[in-house]
Each structure stands twice: as structure tokens, then as C-alpha cells.
Design a protein around this ligand. Structure first.
Ligand SMILES: Nc1nc2c(ncn2[C@@H]2O[C@H](COP(=O)(O)OP(=O)(O)OP(=O)(O)O)[C@@H](O)[C@H]2O)c(=O)[nH]1
Ligand SMILES: [Mg+2]
Length: 457
């Protein structure tokens, strides 16, 4: 995808479409002031920077609206170019008229994310920060918001820059020796050098490791509830939600289709999927189809909750569910084993180390279970991380850098390490980090990032 032209003037509605009390229209680019002035009265020849003015919007002689207008002079604006923000009444007719007036006097309708793209290209923010703007708007939970605002404020970028500074220092030391044909500089202290490289790799890996939980923080943690028929999966979902979302019955094979429901637990968004019990002897085609859907859901889960009935001995169904889960789950999927129906336990209670004991009926054990569902997400924040990696692009860049650094460490272990090769690995790691910050990112990738933004941002 080609990036849009950046030297012209763009206009767009920044607030959601439809009627509202107020709407904000943004115009940005070299001709933003003259474009806006062409339909504002009194005329604003030399508008004051960042001051709000109540002005008339005129379509020829006709009054369209009275609007609050703020002029931001480059570079002190969101985009870095001259920008005008018009707060008008939120009538679709007024909005359309103002946008038409702007286009008539030379602006063009903005593409999605184009204001933020310009902010990035003008150096107002790096790419990780620009991406965080989109995430901030989309954030639907306290956790997603916290990750996004930290990244927008430059938290992730600062960590990455810290690693980069360390690597640039290492590279300078090697390059000095490569250039030193008279061998005036003492030989490289390989051990100390390798220790510093290892420290940088450690930091890179620990940032990347946050991605497992970070993706769940941003998009919601996908939790799939599975287990043998009748173990109480649907009852457990209902108990967690606090209302009767799923049908429950004494008969095995009640749930057929997968059923989704979301819940906010401690500021993290959890997307539950209740599924048909994994029944080896599924009698009807409907139940078999349900199991197929359950299997699909399991393969997409971040966390699998495997429910067993605590009131009976472990059944072949339980064992089958264990096997199927192990077979279907992707590597890295978290497995939480839950023993349900704790209220029915008698003296000879079923022992199951590593299982959470709960009762969907009485609610016993549910607080602990809920805490376990968000434990990984909570840990990321608790570890004092300044930044959480929530984007696959950032994860890939960090993993790439870490791989180069692993290569560097292998080179340094050699007897008389070849410095050219060490420098190559360092350059590779630096390039990966630069791509995260958007310094070397190809247009194609930029285009893909910004096209997912809303128009007007
Ligand atoms: N005493 C007790 N009964 C429970 C508990 N949880 C579920 N049940 C009962 O167990 C039976 C099965 O519950 P469901 O929630 O339908 O079980 P399920 O695993 O969704 O079953 P399928 O959808 O058929 O696979 C119902 O009669 C529930 O009332 C519990 O914690 N305690
Ligand atoms: Mg069910």
C-alpha cells in the first residue's frame, strides 16, 4: 500500500459520524489556515496560536453555524503541520457542509489515520507511540488502557532506546578495533563484552516475553471452557458472569453450539467460550458438530479451563478431555484445571493437586479462580514493567533483535572471535529495534498500520 501524499491539506470529522451535541472537524496541512479562513467570519488572517475563538461558519452569505475554532501553528500541533480544529454543532448536515466547504477551498478528505501518520512523519512521535494512539482509542478495559497510554507516552520506546544505546556502544567498540589497522587500541575484553551483550539480550527477551500476556491485555484473554459432558462447564460460566447466560441441565450434552460471553475481571477483559462436552460417544450429529466447534475453539484459546466433576471418580470422559486438550491446544496455551461441584464432596473427597476446587452452585472458590484467570496479565504490570508489548509487530522486532544477540554471543564464545561477524550481528539487532521505532520501516508496513485507524485520527 502506498502512503498518501503528505504535502497537501487534509480535512476530516474527528468525532464519530451521526448526530451529537458537538462535532469536531480537523483540517491540517500547509494551507489549513487559509482553507478554514475561506469560510470563517470574521476572517482570520493571522490567527493566534492555540486560542479558542467563537466564529461564524459561512456558506457564501448564509450562516451555517457558530463554532469554536482553534488554530495550531506548525510545529506545535498534533500533526506538526498547521492545523485547525472546528467544534461545531453535531448535525450531520452541518458537518457535511463544513467538510464540503473545506474541500471546495482546496483540502482533500483525509485517509484513515492520516493525521497520526503525519505526526509520525513529522517526528512528533515514533512509530510505537503512533500505534499506541490507535490502541488508546480502541482500549476497552483498564488494562488495555494502561498498556496503551504507557506506550503512547513513550514507555516502550524508552525501553527500546535504552537497549539500543547499549548495543550502539558495543558496536562502536568493535568498529574502533576494525578500523585500527595499527593495533593501537587494546584487544577486546571478550568476557566483559559478552556479559554486556547478554544483559542487553536479557532485557530484549524480557520485553518480548510480556507479549503473551500483553496480547490478552489489549484484545481480551480468550478463555475456553472444556471438559467431559455434565462436569458443570455452563454452570461455571453462569456463576462467573453472575447471570444465566448458558442453559444448564442434568442431562449430558446440553451445550451444543459454542457460546461466548465477556467479563471484566480486575480491569482485564476476558472473553469466555462455553463449549459442548467432549463426549466420545456423541450420539447425534448435532452433538458431534458441537464437539467439532469445541475443538476449533480450543485451538484458538489463550487459556483453557478444563472442568471435571469433583463429586465422582475421574471418568474416562475426564481422561479423554485431558487427551483432547493436549492434542488440540497450541503451544504456549495456558491450562487451568478446575474441579467443580465442590459442594458435593464428602469425606472421601477427590484429591487433585494443581486443580482449583470450586462450586458453581455455591460460588466457593470462584474468587480464586477469577484471580487465576488474570494472573499472567496482572504479573506483567506488577513486575514494574514500564511497557507491555501488545503488538505482534513489536514482538517480532524484539525477537529478531534477541536472535541476533544470541548469534553475537555464540561468535564471542569462539577462540579469537571474528569481529566482523560480531559487528554484523549487532547491526542486525540495531536494525530490528529501529524498525520497532519506525526509523527504517518500509512504506508498505506503515500503510498497513495506519489503514486500521479511524478517519480523523
Ligand atoms: N451440586 C452441584 N451441581 C452442579 C454444579 N455445577 C453444575 N452442577 C449441575 O451439574 C449438571 C450439569 O451442569 P451443566 O452446567 O449443564 O454442565 P455442562 O458441563 O455444561 O454440561 P454439557 O453442556 O452437557 O456438556 C446440572 O444439573 C447442574 O445443576 C455445582 O457446582 N454443584
Ligand atoms: Mg454446557
Amino acid at each position: 500500500m502506498k502512503l498518501p501524499e503528505t504535502s497537501d491539506t487534509i480535512a476530516a470529522l474527528a468525532t464519530p459520524p451521526g448526530a451529537g451535541a458537538l462535532a469536531i472537524i480537523r483540517i491540517s496541512g500547509p494551507a489549513a489556515f487559509s482553507t478554514a479562513s475561506s469560510f470563517l467570519a470574521p476572517a482570520q488572517r493571522d490567527p493566534e496560536h492555540s486560542a479558542a475563538r467563537l466564529l461564524s461558519v459561512k456558506n457564501g452569505p448564509a450562516l451555517v453555524d457558530r463554532a469554536v475554532v482553534v488554530f495550531f501553528r506548525a510545529p506545535a500541533s498534533y500533526t506538526g503541520d498547521d492545523t485547525v480544529e472546528i467544534t461545531c454543532h453535531g448535525s450531520p448536515y452541518i458537518i457535511r457542509t463544513i467538510l464540503n466547504l473545506a474541500v471546495k477551498s482546496g483540502a482533500r478528505p483525509a485517509e484513515p489515520g492520516e493525521f497520526t501518520l503525519r505526526a509520525f512523519l513529522n517526528g512528533k512521535m515514533d512509530l510505537a507511540q503512533a500505534e499506541a494512539v490507535g490502541e488508546l482509542i480502541a482500549a476497552g478495559s483498564a488494562g488495555a488502557h494502561r498498556a496503551a497510554i504507557t506506550q503512547a507516552e513513550g514507555g516502550l520506546s524508552a525501553e527500546v532506546r535504552g537497549i539500543r544505546t547499549a548495543l550502539a556502544g558495543l558496536l562502536a567498540e568493535i568498529e574502533a578495533r576494525l578500523d585500527d589497522s595499527y593495533e593501537e587500541i587494546p584487544a577486546l575484553e571478550t568476557r566483559a563484552f559478552a556479559r554486556r551483550a547478554a544483559a542487553a539480550r536479557g532485557k530484549t527477551l524480557s520485553l518480548a516475553a510480556g507479549f503473551g500476556a500483553g496480547r490478552g491485555i489489549r484484545d481480551g484473554v480468550k478463555v475456553v471452557i472444556t471438559g467431559a459432558p455434565n462436569s458443570g462447564k455452563s454452570s461455571l460460566l453462569n456463576a462467573l458472569l453472575g447471570y444465566d447466560r448458558a442453559m444448564v441441565s442434568r442431562r449430558a450434552g446440553t451445550t451444543r453450539d459454542t457460546l461466548e460471553a465477556s467479563l471484566d475481571i480486575d480491569g482485564f477483559s476476558i472473553l469466555f467460550t462455553d463449549t459442548a462436552g467432549l463426549n466420545a460417544r456423541a450420539a447425534s450429529p448435532l452433538e458431534r458438530e458441537g464437539i467439532k466447534r469445541a475443538e476449533k475453539a480450543i485451538a484458538l484459546a489463550d487459556t483453557i479451563v478444563l472442568v471435571k466433576d469433583a463429586s465422582v471418580k475421574e471418568s474416562p470422559g475426564d481422561r479423554r478431555a485431558e487427551r483432547e486438550t493436549a492434542r488440540l491446544a497450541l503451544k504456549g496455551t495456558r491450562l487451568l484445571r478446575v474441579l467443580n461441584k465442590a459442594d458435593l464432596l464428602t469425606g472421601k473427597s477427590r484429591r487433585a493437586p494443581g486443580c482449583l476446587l470450586v462450586s458453581a452452585k455455591t460460588g466457593d472458590g470462584l474468587p480464586k479462580f477469577k484471580a487465576a484467570l488474570v494472573a499472567e496479565q496482572k504479573k506483567v504490570f506488577r513486575d514494574g514493567a514500564q511497557a507491555v508489548v501488545t503488538s505482534a509487530r513489536h514482538f517480532a522486532a524484539l525477537s529478531g533483535a534477541a536472535a541476533e544477540l544470541a548469534g553475537l554471543e555464540a561468535v564471542l564464545k569462539k577462540n579469537r572471535p571474528p569481529l566482523e561477524l560480531a559487528a554484523e550481528h549487532l547491526r542486525g539487532a540495531l536494525a530490528a529495534l529501529a524498525s520497532l521505532l519506525g526509523e527504517t520501516t518500509p512504506e508498505e508496513v506503515l500503510g498497513n498500520i495506519f489503514k486500521n485507524f479511524c478517519v480523523g485520527k
